[in-house]
Every structure is written in C-alpha cells, then in structure tokens.
Design a protein around this ligand. Structure first.
Ligand SMILES: [Fe+2]
Length: 344
C-alpha cells in the first residue's frame, strides 16, 4: 500500500514538474514555415499534417532571398522553424549564412536519398524537378537532340530560348556543368549557347515553352513541372502550348539529366524544432510523396516510383547523381561564367 502510494505520488509529482518546467518546445503545438513555394497544394498538405498531428502550421510566403534576410534580421527572436526553398543552391546559401541547424532523424535519413540532402543534414529535399529540353514537335525530331553540350553546336544557331542567368535554375544547371566538365568547358558552353539563342534571355520558364510553341524558337531549357502546369491549366491556350511541345531528357548516355529539388532546413533558432522535424518527415513521407506528382507535377524523391500518368508520359530517365549541395558550392563560379558569356 505504502509503496503503491509512493509510486503514484512520484508520478503525479514528476508529471506536474514536467508541465511546469519542460521547455516550451516540447509542449508546443505549432510550427512556422518560411516558404518560397507558392502552391495551394502545399497548404492542403499542411492541413493534412495538422489533422494527423494536431500541430498548427503557420506559413509566411516570400522569395527565398527575402526570407533569408528576414531570418537574419529577426535573429534569435525569429518565429521561423523551417525555411523552404525551391532550389538546392538557395538552401546551400542559407546554410552558408549560418541560419540552419542539422535535423537528425532516422526517418529523414531513410526517406531522402543521400545526394538530395546536405551532408550535415542542414536541409533535406522533398520534391525533385528535372531541367530538360523542351522541343517543338513540328520542327524537331527527338532523335536530333542528345545533350546540354550539343546545344552549343552550330546546328542550333538561332533556335534556342532560355531565361536570364539571374535565375537560380540556370545557375544550378551551369553549376552542374562546371562540376562535370570544369570552368573552361562550362564557359565555352555558356558562350556558344548564348550565341545560338533566337532572342535575348527574357521571361520565365513558361515563357520559353510558349516561345517554342509560337515558333520563335525550336528548343527551350525549362523545368519539367512547368509542362505539367501548362498541360493541366484551366486556360485552353496553355493546354494548346503543352500539346505542341515534347519533353526530352538530355545526357542519357552520360551523367544523366540535371535535376534540382525543393527542400527545407530547420532554422537554427527554431522555437519548435521537434515539430519542424516532424513536418519534414511528413513532407518526405509516403502520403506527401504520392501527392506531389498529381498536384504540382514535380517528381517524388523516388523519381522512377511516380504513379502520375502525365509524368509517366514523358518517359523514364536517368538523373545526374551529383550531390546537390555542389550546385550551391559552384554557384558563384556559374554566376561569373554567365557574365563572361554575356548571358544576361
Ligand atoms: Fe519554379
């Protein structure tokens, strides 16, 4: 009797002590995301996460650069738990700025391939996109296309469109070419491709695809999910654009097509660190992974495992296995090379 009383007294006492003295993080029921992504589908996923865990998700949306500046300015008092960016280069930039902390989790280790996370676990990918060649089905046979390198040859004179080099997707693509072939070859490539353009770089990836459909150029460099967004658009003009173009995965006989990611890192000062890790586990887990191809036309982390009809229609492909943190490490080289190549 006495000992039973002792046990239950201890339990009550320590229970009370836990409630009173445990840090706020351990009992908090919210998580705050600073996100560069702008998809409604993400909000639907966050609502599912809340339903499952009871953890409320607050989202602040802005450009990756603006969010990084905000985290730096807010310092220790930042409410941000996770920074989400749509490019490995930007996540590396955030890590270099010292605003991220490692997220150690066996689930994340198991769910995210090694080349799609920071070697110190400061960020993890949750979606994949390939930067490919979009061609006119009227004027180009897929057999005429081979690699990014081939775009530098004279046969493509006046036939290529691509967006500005200020865009991080192009910087990451060039960073992958620097990693594969060195600075000299990458400079020659950027100079020749710029020389082969049908018009000076302007507009978004979607605008490049529209230019190919409109006959301004024959080949565009663009991310795969933009084809999906056009194909699934409520605007019939967008769907007509998607019908005129084909998706070609370059470098299949070599290193594979250049891929990039969307991913998130836990902010160093995160007030709700455990919840942040739980959310990253959810985004990289089976339910979210199955949803991305259907909603945003992005690839899941297991690229070949996608069940999406549209993504499957583009064919299977070999992806470059380059550790994606190298895209960030070679970013400043890529920016310098684009300036030298006069690719504005
Ligand atoms: Fe994008």
């Amino acid at each position: 009797m006495n000992s039973k009383f002792h046990i239950s007294f201890s339990a009550v006492f320590f229970g009370l002590a836990a409630c009173l003295f445990l840090p706020k993080a351990a009992i908090s029921k919210e998580v705050t995301i600073y996100s560069h992504r702008h998809y409604e589908a993400d909000d639907v996923l966050y609502a599912k996460f809340t339903e499952k865990t009871g953890i409320k998700v607050n989202v602040v949306k802005a450009s990756a650069d603006a969010l990084l500046e905000r985290i730096k300015t807010e310092g220790k008092n930042s409410p941000a738990d996770i920074l989400i960016a749509a490019d490995a280069g930007r996540l590396v930039r955030a890590h270099d700025a010292g605003v991220l902390q490692p997220a150690t989790s066996s689930k994340l280790q198991a769910q995210v391939p090694k080349n799609m996370r920071d070697s110190g676990n400061h960020w993890h990918a949750f979606t994949v996109r390939a930067r490919v060649l979009i061609y006119s089905k009227e004027r180009v046979k897929p057999s005429e296309l081979t690699s990014y390198e081939d775009l530098a040859t004279s046969k493509w004179k006046g036939r290529i469109v691509a967006r500005s080099s200020t865009n991080i997707y192009n910087q990451s693509l060039l960073a992958s070419i620097v990693a594969a072939a060195g600075e000299k070859k990458a400079t020659e490539w950027a100079t020749a491709v710029r020389g082969n353009m049908a018009r000076p770089p302007e507009g978004s990836d979607r605008d490049q695809i529209r230019a190919v459909a409109a006959g301004i150029a024959d080949v565009a460099i663009a991310n795969t999910y933009y084809v999906g967004l056009l194909a699934n658009s409520p605007d019939p003009k967008d769907r007509a654009v998607a019908a005129k173009i084909g998706v070609f995965f370059p470098n299949q006989d070599g290193r594979g097509a250049h891929i990039n990611i969307s991913g998130g890192g836990v902010v160093k000062s995160a007030p709700n660190r455990e919840n942040a890790i739980k959310l990253l586990e959810f985004l990289t887990g089976p339910e979210a992974q199955a949803s991305f191809p259907e909603t945003t036309s992005e690839y899941p982390l297991d690229i070949s495992g996608t069940q999406s009809k549209l993504l499957k229609s583009w064919g299977t492909f070999k992806a470059d296995k380059l550790p994606l943190q190298i895209l960030g490490e070679k970013n400043s080289d890529a920016v310098k090379i684009f300036a030298r190549a006069r690719w504005k």
